[in-house]
Design a protein. Sequence first.
Length: 119
Amino acid sequence: MKLKDAVALMKEQGLIDESEVYAYGQKASVLGGAVGAAANGVLICEKDDVLRVFDAKIDNSWASNILTAKKEELSAVKVKNVFFGLQKKLCFSYGGRNYVFLVPYGHKSMVAYFKGLVQ
């Protein structure tokens, strides 16, 4: 599926609004590169101060919901530069668990959302 079709579907399903705060990334793991991206892909999206994370596939589609959390329920939020600043590491805690996701540099709206949560 083309990215513009995926964005239209996200809007249709109510996952994002006109501000288009979303990012395709991957769960932090030992696997890196293309193998890690294919095995650990995620779609992270935000609408109405609710963060949702889905398992994602390499064809821009997504499947099961991993996490749904309100903004105020997230704690220990951090944004770090990795891989010479070409990726961002988004870290947070929710429900007693720690989550770490890597997103490419180009997803500035999602990075800005997380930077707004940093306390």
